[in-house]
Design a protein around this ligand. Sequence first.
Ligand code: SME
Length: 178
Amino acid sequence: MEHLLIPEGAKEERYQALLPQVEALLEGEADMIARMANMAAALHEAFHFWWTGFYRVVGDELVLGPFQGPIACTRIRRGRGVCGTAWERQETQVVPDVEQFPGHIACSSASRSEIVVPVFADGRVVAVLDIDSEHLATFDDTDRRWLERMAERIVLRQAKRQSRAHNSSTSESAEPSA
Ligand code: SME
């Protein structure tokens, strides 16, 4: 696949068209960073967001992963900013106005609204998908639902099984080798 085919129109239809194309893009690729890279690029191209990317959980911090858009902060502590909050609470954060979010980390002053979706493996957050918009209130429940489905595609089912098997024989595993 060389180009995405995304219809003009409501975001519901756009996500609906995008999801199977992203699944096709990811098919056969087991490396989690490669999967994140193409998903970030596809979302960014389809919706023309300001910033679209991933932070991975590495030890007690989030570390910048594959992204599209302007340069960004490289490390975020648990509970800090929108990303660290999504990680700590293990739930999607939809922020209509970043200036109203206590502790928001302004990687770019152009960012006005934001959504951060956790990526789970075996019930634990292993990364977050962070999307920023230069407009207020860009994200709503439609984005939350579809982006949560997207984020579920980052960790392979097979990797989840391997990780479960690994976790039952060892105490901790920071991240599955998706
Ligand atoms: N605004 C985010 C930081 C990451 S950048 O937006 C890319 C936050 O508050 O966690």
